[in-house]
Design a binder for this molecule. Sequence first.
Ligand code: 13P
Length: 249
Amino acid sequence: MLIAANWKMNLGKFEIDQFSNFLQSNEFHDKLDVCIFPPSVYINYLNTRIECLPISIGAQNCYHEFSGAFTGEVSPTSLKDIGCKYVLVGHSERRINNNESNLYVQKCTSAAIKSDLIPIICVGETLKDRESGTALDFIEKQLIESVPSSFENIFVAYEPIWSIGTGKIPSSSEIKEMHKHIKQVISSKFNNSIKVIYGGSVNPSNVSDILNVNEVDGVLIGGASLNPKDFLAIYHSTVKHLNLYFSNN
Ligand code: 13P
């Protein structure tokens, strides 16, 4: 189970200090993976602030080349070098704002794998696709074109675009149907298996219902991960959901 916090282009040094002080007061369970994706310029800083905690660091994107004349791009090898474990690839905000195509996402994913990072490929349909009944087909195409032909350990984040930052989430049966579909597509087209996490308006009040869907292997949290109290509330709901106990109770 993975609890991932995508801070997007938010928080600075001062807030990172506050956030990490708050995390120091929490007990973390080693059976539950936690990863924070800060803005890339703060990856190192956050890493130094939480290095004593069992929390991984990830990057919000990477380029598909490892070095060279690519001004402003972020190399996956550099990300590995500064301690990243995961990298988000093809987040819908990048697909929309930076015109990242499925093929581009596939190339970045392959480069991330070669750099020994664990990619989390983001997919998600628009409201129009959801309402016209084509969401499953849309996601299938995104997967077939974005996932590299061979891989060992990658995640898919199912993030319906209409759910991001809106407070609206799909019903449990819609989440179940889509996560099952994603796993089936990966199994039939790639002869492989994959973990699928859900993202889109996850908060402390709805996380239990989301985790109760069997096919959900974790959550990718945006807005609610910026507030350390909400983030830890989500963490503790997940601990409860998994029936994990801490050594001192
Ligand atoms: P929100 O949780 O703010 O809807 O964002 C989800 C997201 O985009 C995470 O990558």
